[in-house]
Design a protein. Structure first.
Length: 130
């Protein structure tokens, strides 16, 4: 598989996951899918976005994405949006977040495990095909 085709696949996955995230944010107002499944999926969104630029050669990318997500969540604990003076900016509050929750970090970890498992399966399937 060429680097270009991998980038296209990750780009398509990114768009599908991003649209799914947006649909969840707009239309789902429950106590499970939005807070938990949405947080699991957000790791996939960030992962696929990063893979568009780095389609190969970064074996620990799922871990790096998890650490990034955990860092952003930790910044919420310190009210980072407020520290930046952006508490009135809805977009900043959506992207960075404003409420720390350790359960979010657990969801990001679950997302990382799912991505790592999918990538391992994908790579082993590709190796068997060759």
């Amino acid at each position: 598989m060429t680097v270009k085709s991998k980038r296209v696949q990750y780009g398509i996955a990114f768009l599908i996951l991003l649209i799914t995230e947006a649909a969840i944010a707009i239309y789902v107002h429950d106590d499970f899918i939005r807070p938990y499944i949405g947080d699991v999926l957000v790791v996939g969104v960030v992962y696929c976005f990063a893979r568009i630029f780095f389609p190969d050669g970064v074996k620990l990318m799922p871990l790096y994405v998890f650490l990034f997500a955990a860092l952003v969540e930790t910044l919420q604990y310190f009210q980072f949006v407020k520290m930046l003076g952006l508490e009135g900016n809805t977009l900043a509050k959506i992207i960075i977040g404003s409420t720390f929750d350790v359960k979010d970090i657990m969801c990001y970890f679950a997302g990382m495990l799912i991505i790592a498992a999918l990538e391992t399966w994908r790579n082993s399937s590709r190796a068997r095909a060759e």
